[in-house]
Design a protein around this ligand. Structure first.
Ligand SMILES: *[C@@H]1O[C@H](CO)[C@@H](O)[C@H](O)[C@H]1NC(C)=O
Ligand SMILES: *[C@@H]1O[C@H](CO)[C@@H](O)[C@H](O)[C@H]1NC(C)=O
Length: 181
């Protein structure tokens, strides 16, 4: 009987660890712009445009955008709303030309990006990403229901890779306890 409840206890520990693990796993994602490599280009049609992709994607504080492109031919400029609207490449907020660009979405609200290649922004190579504030913060006790801002899977974000590692350790520890007892 004692053995049984111990098994039960360690099973629920494993379960808890796995839940924590998967929660951590869902947050702070690296999001490939356009969903695939070579998406940073002049769109061939409106339906192909990057903003259509962005509208269907959920961005949260802590996520990173990743661009993969040919660094000899293109670049990524982070710009103001005004520069975005007028395709003004002359004084970007930030400029990336390494071919493998990663930008951390470190605050909520809109981020504006345009191509640094002359004429490309005018032809639609631009992107607005609207980052949601993390209202579904995992507290460790019970995730309080928060108003849904968009349709999509519920994600309980915390903010760091450290918590990911912590729950991995916890999950492995739980598994070990389960095997041993
Ligand atoms: C582009 O932006 C710069 C800096 O804000 C400004 O000086 C320039 O006049 C703008 N160019 C155009 C064509 O609007
Ligand atoms: C976000 O990152 C940018 C560039 O690294 C930095 O200039 C800015 O201060 C950061 N904002 C916040 C709210 O941390």
């Amino acid at each position: 009987m004692a053995g049984f409840s111990r098994t039960l206890a360690s099973s629920s520990l494993v379960l808890t660890s796995l839940v924590l693990f998967s929660i951590s796993f869902c947050e702070a994602r690296d999001i490939l712009v356009g969903g695939k490599t070579d998406s940073w280009k002049i769109p061939s049609s409106q339906s192909d445009s990057l903003n259509q992709w962005a509208e269907k994607t959920r961005f949260q504080v802590g996520d990173s955008l990743v661009w993969k492109y040919d660094a000899t031919r293109d670049s990524v400029l982070q710009v103001t709303k005004e520069a975005y609207l007028s395709c003004n490449t002359s004084s970007p907020v930030a400029e990336y030309r390494d071919g493998n660009t990663k930008v951390k979405l470190n605050k909520s609200g809109p981020f504006y990006f345009i191509s640094g290649t002359k004429g490309s922004c005018e032809k639609g190579q631009k992107l607005i990403v609207v980052v949601m504030s993390s209202r579904r913060r995992y507290t460790g006790i019970s995730p309080a229901p928060a108003p849904m801002e968009f349709d999509g899977p519920a994600v309980a974000p915390t903010s760091s890779a450290a918590s990911f590692k912590a729950s991995l350790v916890l999950a492995l520890g739980g598994l070990l306890a389960w095997v041993l007892f």
